[in-house]
Design a protein around this ligand. Structure first.
Ligand code: PMP
Length: 438
């Protein structure tokens, strides 16, 4: 197998200084049997080189943002230009207006936008705004959807729609967890039951309109429509967390996803974004209807601020990234490659008798080691974690970099080539062969 001695040394060193050796738990290999993560040294286009000189094809795309590949020349040039003009002003700039306009074009339900520094911040603030506007406190969310690491959204399901949440993390007061109700995704009956029980107290129903956090999962026909209708019946706002989905599947959000025509009409009251809109630099954004956004300081009583918010470097990288994505045929090309790639992977799994269900949405997909459909979190949890871990390691040893979690997606970028795809298919077949023989 591949030599990763230097990565292992660095991991030992990192463990002495950085808690858990990583700056985000999702980077640890804990969910795939432990050991040292790979320390990368350089990245270009769809490829990584690690500190031991091994080369990889990257399907992690940094958990989403790197949709134009690493060090894309147009994005890099924008970052260099921004750095030369000063990275942080603490004053407004014209650039911010340009990116805000681009986002509004793509997300028509956002009359007003505010930039922040991460998806976590964006989501956290939409909740504050919804509470300020409705003067209610409770939030309904869907099991398995991830909305960042703020207190309120790190709460998992209780035992049924009428029980309140239990914290997913230490350090979250029960009083906060008791403000959250979690129901299964794609399950309008449970949502209805929760609203019937808690309706007058519910400030918002929060959802990933296309799920990216327990695999890629589409809302079933009528689910988002029903969700919005129910929420409004009970006077709750609808918040779309589009941190992953905005600009992922086409130039726009799920709110303008014309590939699925019934999506277009369904607009939330508030939207949170992040990842792609910063072109690989830290960013988040939230926005919504004018009368709701006017709750936010300095206009209204809901406070939200940020020293780094709207900094010229992140904003410039975001504009440049969206300019690349706006070009003709970009998403179609990523989709074509992912159709070929998923067909090749599935064929390998079938040949070696490894149960595998692939959920593909345009240029992104998830590989579930099971022989049932995955439409909600419970079904994703039931998949074979050990099979995924084995597959992940066999792929890594053959130079294919995936996220070390069975719940994460594979992301194509504009820089993947047909040759990358064929190499990846070969590696997948070899991985299944090894799994079948072990
Ligand atoms: N919402 C969703 C849907 C996400 O996928 C993520 C991050 N994976 C977040 C929010 C949090 O974003 P960040 O990591 O930038 O804080």
């Amino acid at each position: 197998t591949t030599n990763r001695n230097r990565s292992e040394q660095l991991y030992e060193e990192a463990l002495e200084h950085i808690v858990g050796g990583v700056n985000s738990p999702s980077r640890s290999f804990k969910a795939v049997g432990g050991g040292s993560p790979v320390f990368m040294e350089r990245a270009q286009g769809a490829h990584f080189w690690d500190v031991d000189g091994n080369k990889y094809i990257d399907y992690l795309a940094a958990y989403g943002p790197i949709i134009t590949g690493h060090a894309h020349p147009h994005v890099t040039e924008a970052i260099v230009r921004a750095a030369q003009n000063g990275t942080l002003y603490g004053t407004p700039t014209e650039l911010e207006i340009k990116l805000a306009r681009m986002l509004k074009e793509a997300v028509p339900s956002m009359d007003k936008v505010r930039f922040v520094n991460s998806g976590t911040e964006a989501v956290m603030t939409t909740i504050r705004v919804a509470r300020a506007y409705t003067k209610r406190t409770k939030v309904i969310k869907f099991a398995g959807c991830y909305h960042g690491h703020s207190d309120l959204v790190l709460v998992a399901a209780g035992s049924g729609p009428s029980t309140l949440g239990i914290p997913d993390s230490a350090g979250i007061p029960k009083s906060i967890a008791s403000e959250v109700i979690t129901v299964p995704f794609n399950d309008l009956d449970s949502l209805k039951a929760a609203l019937e029980h808690w309706g007058d107290d519910v400030a918002a129903v929060m959802v990933e309109p296309i799920v990216g956090n327990f695999g890629m999962v589409m809302p079933q026909a009528g689910f988002l429509e029903g969700l919005c209708k129910l929420a409004r019946e009970y006077g709750a706002l609808v918040i779309y967390d589009e941190v992953i989905s905005a600009f992922r599947f086409h130039y726009g959000s799920t709110q303008t996803y014309r590939v699925f025509p019934d999506f277009a009409a369904i607009e939330p009251d508030l939207t949170a974004m992040g990842k792609i809109i910063g072109g690989g630099l830290p960013i988040g954004a939230y926005g919504g209807r004018k009368h709701i956004m006017e709750q936010v300081a300095p206009l209204g009583p809901a406070y939200q601020a940020g020293t780094m918010a709207g900094n010229p470097a992140s904003i410039s990288a975001g504009i440049a990234c969206l300019e690349v994505l706006r070009e003709e045929g970009v998403y179609e090309r990523m989709e074509e490659l992912s159709i070929r790639l998923t067909a090749g992977i599935q064929e390998g799994a079938d040949r070696y008798g490894v149960p595998l269900t692939i959920n593909r949405i345009r240029g992104s997909f998830s590989t579930h080691f099971c022989d049932h459909p995955v439409t909600n979190y419970a079904e994703a949890q039931e998949t074979d974690s050990e099979a995924f871990a084995a597959f992940f390691r066999h792929m890594l040893d053959q130079g294919i970099c995936l996220a070390p979690s069975k719940y994460e997606a594979w992301f194509l970028t504009t820089e993947h080539t047909a040759e990358d795809i064929e190499r990846t298919i070969e590696a997948a077949h070899e991985s299944f062969r090894r799994m079948a023989n072990s």
